[in-house]
Design a protein around this ligand. Sequence first.
Ligand code: A3P
Length: 316
Amino acid sequence: MADSQPKPRYTPGVVKEEDIVRIPDMKGNVKEVMEVEGMVVPCDVIRSGHVPDMRENVKKIRDMKCRDDDIFLCAYMRSGTHWVWEITNMLTTGKLDYLTRPKESAMMEFHYPEEFDEMPSRRILNTHFPLRLLPTEVKEKKLKVIFVQRNPKDVTVSSYHFLQKGKLMPFKGTFEEFFMLFTTLGLMVSWFDYTLEAEKAIKDKELDIHLIYYEELKKNPVATIKRLSEFLGTDCDDAYITKVAEMCSFKGMKKANEEVKDIEKFLFEKDIMKGHYRKGEIGDWKNMMTVAQSEQFDEIFADKMKDCSFKFDFLK
Ligand code: A3P
């Protein structure tokens, strides 16, 4: 039997002809996108009805009422968001249990804010939206923000594999085409702009941000989780943190994803939900990028990030 599509959860959005921007790819296919608050959003995402209409939701998120102990987990896609979300839950609940609900159940672009009203405190809400689109109360009340980042070559390769299986924002072209997309427009927002914006927010002390590097968490999980625990003010001792690190290892999380997570509400992306945990390594980009692509990436990176203080570990 053909794979039937689950019913949309929201009213599918209507996109006006004048809002559509048509972008041709190398093969002459045309992609329809539209601009939403500086992001380049595929029209099909708006029309799908599987996620809220982003045009309305960015406004709702901005005006959202937050709780004083809310935590906002921000990362560009494929930078380790699931990993840090599960760790943070174990730190705040004080329980060594994987949550049955998936990270997507607390993802701001996948819900309207009122859907989080029933969620018990402390809420750990996550998003791939740029930091400027966080609720205004995050800044006003100096709520805790965790910002996770990963070297962008691995983000490129991880996103490519991920979006090939996706339905909401599928990418069916070659890696070469994807490389072009990632280094120019990016995925809704350019990785470079997203990261520079976060760096500025940290420098200007606009937000109460704790920075986590994926590579640091991979190499020194206990020390990195301990620093996160201190930032959150969770009272976890070293023995507990060591257990969190073990349970949230790549192997542990992959198993939990297959055995524990209830993805019923997210069946529209079931292949993606099942395949979230791919390799979990530093430097996998070397298996995909050609030397020429890597050098081209280095050039773009050197130019766009020349004033950036973040230090990325590419495992060169
Ligand atoms: P790969 O595709 O390189 O394997 P996000 O959660 O932001 O979507 O990021 C997904 C990436 O984080 C995937 O990268 C995934 O395998 C990796 N990841 C998830 N849990 C991990 C863990 N416990 N240890 C290392 N990497 C992990």
